[in-house]
Design a protein around this ligand. Structure first.
Ligand code: ADP
Length: 438
């Protein structure tokens, strides 16, 4: 048995034995035995002092030599201490590498505390967001980046989508920011410079808007001339037919241009409708149902309307009118003679819904995800013949986005389609406001 406790017991036995031998030699056992025990305690205290002194001195020297339980205790302590030091070094190294990696990142990275106070940021944040180290550490990020869109995003609690905003009022630099929660109420804010993309987008929008605008006037003139030429050529049916065909094509071009202009108007600004007002949707859908009856009368379409007369919306009337009329016009154009079109305007727990159902040609499932793209058509010829521009559903999508609404499309080829625009409850006005209904 050579364990530390055995050594310790032998040591105690040694002290007691020395006390006994000395007591036997001098005939004073009553003195020598307590004295030997006292010496043993003194020795233990001496070991303890050496140990404490070594710790106090910062463990810089080698650990004190000791045997028995003390040796074991010192060794175990030293082993744990060295393990902690190695771990600390490893963490420090990792942290340095993390800092180096995030410093090298082109995107600004800011670590925020529970109240959005800045804890750390990288070099890119200094360049992109003009943060200053160490002055800005501890500051709330919303005190430094004050754009209302960013502040609303931070306070909104919905961080799924990034938010885009100009860094400061006097800078043309635009950034896209995204907040990622981690750990215990900590946040990582990642910010990207999107100035170039934004400028290109703006150029594309301006180009489309300008070209459309430039083409509109000459086209209107051409359409006017063609109309009068067709009138004049009444005597010659061949010529009159040619002029009518040209006129129809010019009208189609004009419609496409109008739709392109409508789209670029919707795209300009920050994606929110300019000024919202109470909109009498019941009156709007009644008008649309009437239009559909007139348009569908020739092909014997039945049009039904079911509408909640007290259900109004907060929105932009012209935009909603354009979106809803596109859906109704599609239902009329893609429903063969004798079909049925049903318009519904109602509210439920999820919000308010405008639904256009038809018994028309329907859409194959593979086309559904793409039909709201510009110029995407299932059957180009049919769309053109019926006067479509291929932009109707793109307009619908944009208008709905600007009204926080969603478009749901359900369809079966040969059976019909159902387009539902769903508005959040926050946009519902239950009773016509007095000033607007007056
Ligand atoms: P278009 O002017 O060609 O109708 P839209 O953007 O309005 O363009 O619609 C895109 C395509 O979606 C249409 O070309 C058509 O193929 C399909 N579509 C839209 N509405 C309906 C509907 N009610 N029934 C069947 N197909 C439809």
């Amino acid at each position: 048995m050579t364990g530390p406790w055995t050594v310790e017991l032998w040591r105690l036995a040694g002290f007691v034995l020395a006390g006994l031998v000395l007591g036997w030699l001098f005939g004073a056992l009553a003195w020598t035995l307590p004295l030997s025990l006292l010496a043993y305690i003194g020795w233990q205290l001496h070991q303890l002092r050496r140990f404490v002194n070594w710790i106090r001195a910062g463990r810089r020297d080698d650990p004190p030599d000791a045997s028995g339980v003390w040796g074991d205790l010192i060794n175990e302590h030293y082993r744990l201490y060295m393990r902690g030091r190695r771990r600390k070094k490893k963490i420090a190294k990792l942290l340095t590498r993390f800092h180096e990696a995030s410093a090298a990142m082109p995107d600004a990275t800011v670590i925020l505390g529970p109240r959005y106070d800045i804890e750390w940021f990288n070099e890119a944040a200094v360049r992109l967001l003009e943060l200053k180290s160490p002055d800005d550490v501890g500051q709330r990020i919303t005190n430094l980046l004050r754009h209302p869109d960013f502040v609303a995003y931070m306070n909104g609690g919905e961080y799924g989508e990034p938010v885009e905003f100009p860094v400061s009022p006097d800078s043309d630099r635009r950034v896209s920011a995204r907040l990622v929660p981690f750990g215990n109420r900590q946040f990582l804010l990642s910010v990207r410079d999107v100035t170039r993309i934004h400028r290109l987008e703006q150029m594309r929008r301006d180009f489309v808007a300008n070209v459309s605008h430039e083409l509109r006037t000459p086209l209107t003139v051409i359409t006017g001339y063609l109309e009068s030429l067709a009138e004049d050529a009444r005597e010659d049916p061949q010529l009159a037919h040619t002029y009518r065909a040209m006129e129809a094509q010019a009208t189609r071009m004009r419609r496409t241009i109008e739709d392109l202009l409508a789209l670029s108007r919707l795209e300009s600004g920050d994606g929110r409708p300019p000024e919202t007002r109470p909109v009498s949707v019941p009156a709007m859908v009644a008008g649309l149902a009437e239009d559909a009856r007139v348009l569908g009368a020739e092909s014997g379409l039945t049009v039904e309307l079911e509408s909640d007369p007290d259900l109004w919306l907060q929105g932009v009337e012209s935009e909603l009118q354009s979106a809803f009329s596109n859906l109704v016009s599609n239902a009329v154009r893609y429903t063969p003679p004798g079909g049925r079109i049903t318009l519904r305007w109602y509210a439920d727990d999820a919000g308010a819904h405008f639904e256009v159902r038809d018994t028309g040609i329907g859409i194959a499932p593979r086309h559904i995800p793409r039909i709201t793209e510009r110029f995407y058509r299932v059957d180009s010829d049919r769309s053109r013949v019926s006067g479509g521009t291929g932009l109707g559903l793109a307009i619908v999508k944009h208008v709905l986005q600007r009204h926080d609404a969603r478009l749901k499309i359900e369809s079966r080829p040969g059976e019909g389609s159902r387009f539902t625009c769903s508005f959040p409850a926050t946009r519902i006005l239950h009773r016509p406001p007095r000033s607007a209904s007056a």
